[in-house]
Design a protein around this ligand. Sequence first.
Ligand SMILES: [Zn+2]
Length: 149
Amino acid sequence: MITRGSVGLAGWAEESRDFTLNFLREMTPGTGGTTAETSEPEKEEANRGGIFCRRCGWRITEESSRITINGLHHHTFFNPAGLLFELGCFRYAPGCLVHGEASGDFSWFAGYLWRVALCGQCSAHLGWRFENQHATFFSLIIPHLKEDS
Ligand SMILES: [Zn+2]
């Protein structure tokens, strides 16, 4: 659920702090979410290399979607509130819901507009989708994701 008006680059410092606190609380043993997967072979194959929402386990994207932007996959940025983000770039993130109007304010990638990207299941803020007339990609907050192990 979106309960606040804005979770933009400038506006969600408080949200992020809440997320981190909630996340730490949820790290207690026995509360990890498990997702039921079908046993269909193709599905198992597709789940290899999956990248999931750390909070709820929803499948967000996969290893093969990793891309480089400006020569790097992994980027670190400060938002205007001074929070540091470790981001990984992905061509697709079908598990994300993209929220809000596209904005060019404080865009970390020159020439791109951004929209907030949320977990499609629990609405955790996972990053942003960047877009221009030629391309779109997702830049996702690495500590908010977990990989297959
Ligand atoms: Zn989630």
